[in-house]
Design a protein around this ligand. Structure first.
Ligand code: OAD
Length: 249
């Protein structure tokens, strides 16, 4: 793979790197994406599964769907793209991962600075008294929604559903990192869900070099400085090898 000169120059001089990631980075770990050919939202309706009213109407069904996703996530692990991103920390002082994913695979791969814009499926909380329940306190084989030990309220996954606010402080800090970045990688996302998709736009507006890695063109392809088409698990390790050469490690 030939990387263009401007990109190589940025890789050489950059201090601050941001990765903006989406479901596509976990596709090679066997976690289905939302859109595209085999996307979840082709077969299932987000309005019946990924919003609070659907949960109140049919909590067991929504819970069972999240249990299914949790099981897939627990049984798999990070892939070479997650590990390559974690490895950037050996070459740059300031590396942040801003992810729309709730699967915690960046954390399991070893990334230290992660901004989870849409929450984390391994955390849960009571809708009434807000008590936190991490996955160790949840029986993964139970298909029925558990009840809070404190108040009897329904326990929900700590993910952002459609119509809900993003965690404001996490988003503000992620945006600040994007604005300060020298390179912003946009990896495995259709970049159509806002406000998350403002992250790369803000990065570029503040002078960051935008590099997209995706198997196909997306909404943001015409806006980025450089598009690398292919699987993230194949492309990210190649970029890391280039960095090792550039920095003579
Ligand atoms: P999408 O499912 O919308 O997009 C996944 C992207 O990954 C697509 O552009 C694919 O082409 C690309 N892709 C698939 N396999 C890939 C691979 N091996 N390597 C590189 N790219 C690959 O997922 P997101 O953009 O993450 O929100 O979706 C954003 C949000 O919409 C999600 O966080 C979720 C969803 O509804 C909420 O649940 C709030």
């Amino acid at each position: 793979m030939n990387l263009d000169e401007a990109f190589l120059e940025r890789l050489k001089t950059a201090n601050s790197i941001v990765f903006f990631t989406g479901a596509g980075i976990s596709a090679e770990s066997g976690i289905p994406t939302f859109r595209g050919k085999d996307g979840i939202w082709n077969k299932l309706k987000p309005e019946e599964l990924a919003n609070f009213n659907a949960f109140l109407k049919n909590p067991d069904m929504v819970w069972e769907w999240y249990q299914h996703r949790r099981t897939i996530i627990h049984e798999t692990g990070p892939n070479p793209a997650h590990y390559a991103i974690a490895n950037f920390e050996n070459y740059y002082d300031d590396v942040s991962v801003v992810t729309q994913n709730v699967d915690n695979l960046h954390g399991r791969a070893g990334s230290s600075h992660i901004y989870e814009l849409h929450g984390n499926i391994e955390r849960n909380f009571c809708v009434d008294c807000k008590t936190d329940y991490d996955d160790s306190k949840i029986d993964l084989s139970n298909k029925q929604v558990p009840k809070c030990e404190e108040c009897g309220g329904l326990i929900r996954p700590d993910v952002v559903w459609f119509g809900e606010m993003l965690p404001q402080l996490v988003f503000a800090n992620a945006q600040r990192k994007a604005e300060q970045s020298d390179i912003c990688f946009v990896v495995g996302t259709s970049a159509v869900i806002y406000p998350a998709a403002y992250i790369p736009i803000e990065a570029k507006r503040h002078g960051s070099y935008l590099v997209e890695i995706n198997i196909e063109e997306t909404e943001i392809s015409s806006y980025v400085d450089c598009s690398l088409f292919g699987k993230a698990g194949e492309i990210m390790p190649v970029i890391l090898d280039q960095i090792k050469q550039l920095k003579n490690y």
